[in-house]
Design a protein around this ligand. Structure first.
Ligand SMILES: Cc1cc2nc3c(=O)[nH]c(=O)nc-3n(C[C@H](O)[C@H](O)[C@H](O)COP(=O)(O)OP(=O)(O)OC[C@H]3O[C@@H](n4cnc5c(N)ncnc54)[C@H](O)[C@@H]3O)c2cc1C
Length: 259
């Protein structure tokens, strides 16, 4: 069982982000593993273990040759990685990012499954998984909160507002997983040391057959025209307990479909 996992390397969300003149996020410093993708990495490791053999390969598209986030995922136990990086990728929109990822998947070849997160933490368009599936002509299964593989098929529990749907598809397929699908492991010291020597296949878009005008600012079909502060959060409703406050709490939870 060979599983590919998309790993986005992002600026540390703990530090305030800065915007460029083009209203995009500055991505000049160290990039770390997007926490959302640690769930896909863990899921892949568990599926390969269950299958009794195979490899987990990471795919990352990054502007600046950064490997810090990839090394974290390699330390968790992935075997190797493909890093597509080049200054020409700067400004890529989600479709051109998906094109690069699809080409990287083809470069690796021989994969049974591609796992992604549902949405990234810094871009969160949530469009990449379905775009990559379409480009590869693979089935797309989204919002998986549980993934099982048997008899050449992948079956997921697809998170819905009310619970979940069971969805299955033939392999190979693209599956986006939700946070909470599994509990990601912490890399061990041994894993961290081993990750330093694991292979990272560093390629440029041209190595994947993509022309410069298909990626980056040149290839982008979307442009951010303005950016504004998100509205400040309003104060919540205060309920003084006169002995019936529980009714208001239950009504509120019902409205949220929590109970
Ligand atoms: C090389 C590069 C440089 C960029 N530079 C900037 C910049 O400087 N400033 C800026 O604001 N925007 C930049 N962008 C665009 C920004 O990252 C977009 O937000 C992104 O392309 C759209 O995807 P998303 O994060 O919304 O994806 P979503 O659809 O929300 O992502 C879903 C999942 O797809 C996978 N995925 C998404 N992106 C990647 C990736 N790059 N590598 C591997 N897996 C991925 C992950 O599993 C992710 O959780 C850049 C994009 C690329 C590829």
């Amino acid at each position: 069982m060979n599983i590919l996992v998309c790993v986005k390397q992002i600026p540390d969300p703990a530090t305030p982000g800065e915007l460029t003149a083009e209203h995009t996020l500055k991505r000049e410093a160290k990039l770390i593993l997007d926490e959302s993708d640690s769930f896909g990495v863990e899921m892949a490791l568990q599926l390969v273990d269950k299958a009794g053999g195979g490899d987990v390969t990471l795919i990352s598209v990054a502007p600046n040759g950064e490997v810090s986030g990839l090394r974290t995922a390699l330390a968790m136990g992935a075997a190797k990685a493909v890093l597509v990086s080049d200054p020409s990728l700067s400004g890529s929109d989600s479709l051109s990012t998906a094109k690069v990822i699809a080409k990287a998947v083809e470069r690796v070849g021989d994969a049974d499954l591609l796992l992604t997160a549902t949405e990234s933490t810094d871009g969160y368009t949530g469009t990449i998984p379905a775009q990559v599936a379409e480009l590869l002509d693979w089935p797309s299964l989204t919002f998986a909160k549980q993934v099982t593989i048997a008899d050449g098929k992948v079956t997921i529990q697809r998170q819905t507002e009310a619970g979940y749907d069971v969805v299955e598809a033939s392999l190979p397929a693209v599956v986006s997983v939700t946070a909470g699908v599994v509990e990601p492991r912490y890399p061990s010291f041994k894993g961290i040391m081993a990750a330093k020597n694991k292979p990272v296949d560093a390629v440029k878009p041209a190595d994947l057959g993509l022309a410069d005008d298909q990626v980056g600012w040149a290839g982008a079909r979307q442009k951010i025209t303005s950016v504004e502060q998100a509205p400040e959060r309003q104060a919540g409703e205060k309920i003084e307990d006169d002995g019936t406050a529980f009714e208001a709490v239950v009504a509120y939870l019902e409205k949220l479909k929590v109970v």
